[in-house]
Write a protein that binds this ligand. Sequence first.
Ligand code: NAD
Length: 284
Amino acid sequence: MAIIISGKEVSANVRAEVKAACEQLRTKGITPGLAVIIVGDDPASRVYVNNKKKACADVGFVSEEYALPAETTQEELLALIDTLNRKPEINGILCQLPLPKHLDEKAVINAISPLKDVDAFHPSNVGRIMIGDYHFLPCTPAGVMELIHSAGIDVSGKSCVVIGRSNIVGKPMAMLLLHENGTVTICHSRTRNLKELCSSADILVAAVGRPKFVKADMVKEGAVVLDVGINRDENGKLCGDVDFAEVEPKASYITPVPGGVGPMTIAMLMKNTLKAAMLQNGID
Ligand code: NAD
């Protein structure tokens, strides 16, 4: 029987810390501000944006939403980002991805000022993470690390396997585990001996995007299993990349879906926005 690491609990603690720090900042006349840009009417993006706005209100931040029509041009979007880059009341800028196909995501990410890039997707922030000298960490991998710490798990010297190599989850996740002295292997769609590699892991992170992909025979007895996936199963029910029912009896710690990594992402976004407000006001 594994210990369930509750993202609900840990994220509530992170948010409470951010809220307390925000109250302190307000006594200095500073209220952190987050601008959220959404282009088009993707229903999942709408839910994410609403949750981000609500989280801002809960911790005492100001949030501004810029809901742009799907036919917005690249020039219009870049002009808005330029305005927000210069707006002192806005400390963090987030452009909800994916963007409609005619827009260039890379150019949009590059246009956000690195000091306001609270998603930590800008190449300059990605580079800083690589060398371990960063302001912000990407929210989802940072949330996974927070869960690992909350459970008192020491990464140092452990064999860590990350399944997935995306820029927003897999790659930075591997880097954060490496920063904590894990021995890290990144697996992906072309990995040949996936089962063998996964079942050697003391810490296994699944960021694949395939429902219940990780089965019991891919997990070592006593492993720590962190499930980043958000998928729907054959009955339309929310599930992770890990087959929880099969894997839980074998693991020592495991995160559930929902209620695991998911709630951490927004909590870490709040933490990054607070940090951005502090940096921009010369408070460290
Ligand atoms: P992605 O599609 O960009 O990347 C998936 C990765 O999985 C790829 O690198 C690919 O090489 C690897 N992969 C695919 N099939 C594989 C296979 N058969 N064997 C081994 N590796 C394989 O996805 P992403 O953006 O990294 O997201 C991954 C999952 O995490 C998705 O379910 C997504 O919804 C979820 N996610 C959750 C949060 C959160 O807040 N909890 C945030 C971001 C993403």
